[in-house]
Design a protein around this ligand. Structure first.
Ligand SMILES: Cc1cc2nc3c(=O)[nH]c(=O)nc-3n(C[C@H](O)[C@H](O)[C@H](O)COP(=O)(O)O)c2cc1C
Length: 199
């Protein structure tokens, strides 16, 4: 089973990347035989989608091809998305446009949103309403919001991190993995040739 974790901050060394690394290690420590792929969109600096993508030149050649192949091999996804201006980041939205080859198609995805304050709900509602049509990502009904993210430090959380959050994260990751293994047979039914885009 392969899980990809995508950090969708616009900043390098971001809180989202820190949380992505924590989730990566948590999964590897708790589930044997798991393969992981991590993608930091701030580091990757992928340009906005453009029509050039079709001809596979420049960044759309090896750089994107390698990423796309890793995503195609993946069985499930975790998106760590910070709230910027009450929205999901442009890097997150662009990523869904870039995934036009069925990379995410009918595979379970978990949204983890991050806020330095009390925000974090908006990226979840935004992604749940607008990212799935053509990517066909299957958002699981659980999500995680990490508020006051700078204080998130497992084993030594700050005062503003609720005690129950660690248990909640473990529970949601377990549920994600269950969706990932149980949804695999669904992919045999997928017809991207006739029904590549959603309605
Ligand atoms: C451009 C920008 C806009 C932001 N807007 C919000 C916001 O609307 N709501 C919120 O809770 N936090 C907002 N923040 C604060 C972020 O939650 C905080 O910086 C968080 O650490 C961002 O995650 P990152 O480090 O992964 O980029 C904003 C930060 C930036 C840089």
């Amino acid at each position: 089973m392969k899980i990809s974790i995508i950090s969708a901050s616009l900043r390098t060394n971001s809180q989202s990347k820190r949380i992505s690394d924590f989730l990566h290690d948590n999964l590897l420590n708790n589930k044997s035989g798991l393969e992981m792929f991590s993608l930091d969109l701030a580091d990757a600096s992928l340009p906005l989608w453009s029509p050039e993508k079709k001809n596979g030149k420049g960044v759309w050649g090896q750089t994107w091809r390698l990423i796309s192949d890793k995503l195609i091999e993946s069985d499930g996804f975790i998106f760590v998305v910070p709230e910027y201006g009450g929205m999901a980041t442009p890097a997150a939205k662009n990523f869904f446009l870039l995934c036009g080859d069925g990379e995410l198609s009918h595979k379970p995805g978990l949204i983890v949103s991050v806020s330095s304050g009390n925000g974090g709900a908006y990226p979840i509602t935004e992604l749940r309403s607008s990212s799935y049509k053509n990517t066909h990502i299957m958002w699981i009904p659980e999500n995680i919001i990490i508020r006051n993210v700078e204080e998130f430090n497992p084993g030594n959380h700050g005062d503003n991190i609720p005690e129950w959050l660690d248990d909640r994260i473990d529970y949601v990751l377990k549920i994600l993995l269950a969706y990932v293994s149980n949804m695999k047979p669904l992919r045999e039914l997928i017809n991207r040739k006739d029904f590549g885009n959603g309605m």
